[in-house]
Design a protein around this ligand. Structure first.
Ligand code: HEC
Length: 382
């Protein structure tokens, strides 16, 4: 009898929820029906809760779509929706998607992306005749033209302030070098110059931080075993010290840093830099002495990534772009952008499926953004 009553209540409650499916004030009503029922059976409550969540996850009511559209328009085009846009969006999910898609095609969205990446890279404008917009220009170009985002670290071109493809100043017209060594943002003159530092470690750190979402703690790279301890040099510093933990990070960082020795401190591809540290070209140690790759890796040791030799920054970037932490960082980054969260925050559990969506969309960002903006989390502003 008790059981019968229980299932009756359960069916009744679920029935209520389903009936309210089309009612826009769903949230409020279901709450009152829950409190009025005063059922003290935990099982029943859980059942109803589960069902409620299932129903809600597909419940794009006009009120929710209207609210979501407001958030999406403020985010993507920095204005409120027009009455026409609003009218279209509340007709249902496909109407909402159509309006959001139109935002993604607009000049305003382009400006929003540009600003977002200028802030993210902390680079904009001209500094000493170097165009610090280039990292943000390149990525914005890829996004608005619906191109593969992996090119953010593999492209062999730069993008100027008019959003035209140009040769990168880094290579000073050496097209062959650009072809073989360019690695998108990582070899823009701006990135190289801004992050030049002792042994090139900061270039390595920033590459990993920005493209594997590791801003707080950029190393170690858990996905790479790095070098055996006998490969890592202790000629200048105890990079191979295991007791102090130096080896833990420097076993993979040193290999990557060695690749950046081909780019001088002004951000140029330069195989013959002036040997005088005061000229500001050649890579230096933390005490300002001339540094060579031997400071990082012992004689005759080839730099390794996942156990295989690395030829260049480009080689590293191409292989890095195929790793899950690069892919997952894309889902994380654009989700945090959409939800107004900080760059570091991990992807919420209910959005983990977005990692796979990055693959499904061939690393194109606009369709990924659309997925994010129609997720239950965004629509419900959770
Ligand atoms: C958690 C990872 C990690 C550990 C452990 C670590 N390093 Fe580093 N190291 C870095 C990173 C990342 C940089 C780049 C600069 C930065 O982020 O501070 C760096 C930079 C350096 C530099 C250049 C400093 C400069 O002036 O730019 C030296 C020298 C260095 N590390 C030596 C060591 C030694 C010696 C140890 C052990 C006592 C050690 N590191 C332990 C990650 C690490």
């Amino acid at each position: 009898m008790k059981l019968l009553l229980l299932s009756f209540i359960a069916i009744h409650l679920i029935g209520c929820l389903e009936a309210e499916h089309t009612v826009s004030e769903y949230g409020q009503k279901s709450q009152s029906s829950q409190t009025s029922s005063t059922v003290d059976f935990d099982e029943l409550h859980k059942l109803v809760q589960k069902e409620r969540e299932a129903v809600m996850s597909f419940d794009y009511t006009p009120a929710r779509l209207s609210k979501a559209l407001r958030s999406a328009s403020l985010l993507l085009v920095k204005r409120l929706p027009t009455p026409e846009e609003e009218a279209e969006a509340i007709t249902g999910l496909s109407g909402y998607e159509a309006v959001v898609s139109s935002y993604l095609e607009s000049e305003d969205f382009k400006a929003v992306m540009l600003e977002y990446f200028q802030n993210d890279f902390n680079m904009a404008g001209f500094v000493d005749a170097v165009n610090y917009n280039e990292p943000a220009n390149l990525i914005t170009y890829l996004i608005v033209n619906n191109e593969d985002y992996r090119q953010s670290i593999t492209a062999n071109f730069c993008v100027n302030d008019d959003f035209e493809k140009v040769e990168c100043s880094t290579f000073k017209g050496n097209l062959k070098a650009a072809q073989e060594e360019a690695a998108g943002v990582l070899t823009t003159q701006a990135f190289l110059k801004k992050w030049e530092s002792a042994f090139n470690f900061i270039r390595v750190r920033e590459a990993f931080a920005r493209f594997a979402c590791r801003s707080g703690q950029a190393y170690p790279d858990e996905q790479d075993v790095g070098h055996p301890v006998e490969d890592i040099s202790d000629r200048v510093k105890t990079f191979n010290d295991r007791k102090e933990g130096c080896f833990n990070c420097h076993k993979s960082m040193n290999a990557r840093a060695s690749l950046f020795y081909r780019f001088d401190r002004n951000g140029f591809y330069n195989l013959n830099p002036s040997q005088d540290p005061d000229d500001g070209e050649i890579t230096v140690t933390d005490t300002g002495e001339v540094s060579t790759i031997r400071d990082l890796l012992n004689d005759g040791v080839e730099p390794l990534y996942h156990g295989k030799p690395l030829k260049s920054v480009r080689d590293y970037a191409v292989r890095f772009s195929k790793k899950s932490h690069f892919r997952d960082c894309i889902a994380q980054r654009f989700t945090n952008f959409a939800l107004g969260r900080s760059y570091d925050e991990p992807l919420p559990k209910d959005l983990i499926y977005l990692n796979e969506r990055v693959d499904a969309h061939d690393f194109k960002i606009k369709p990924l953004l659309l997925d994010i903006l129609k997720s239950k989390r965004f629509v419900m502003s959770l």
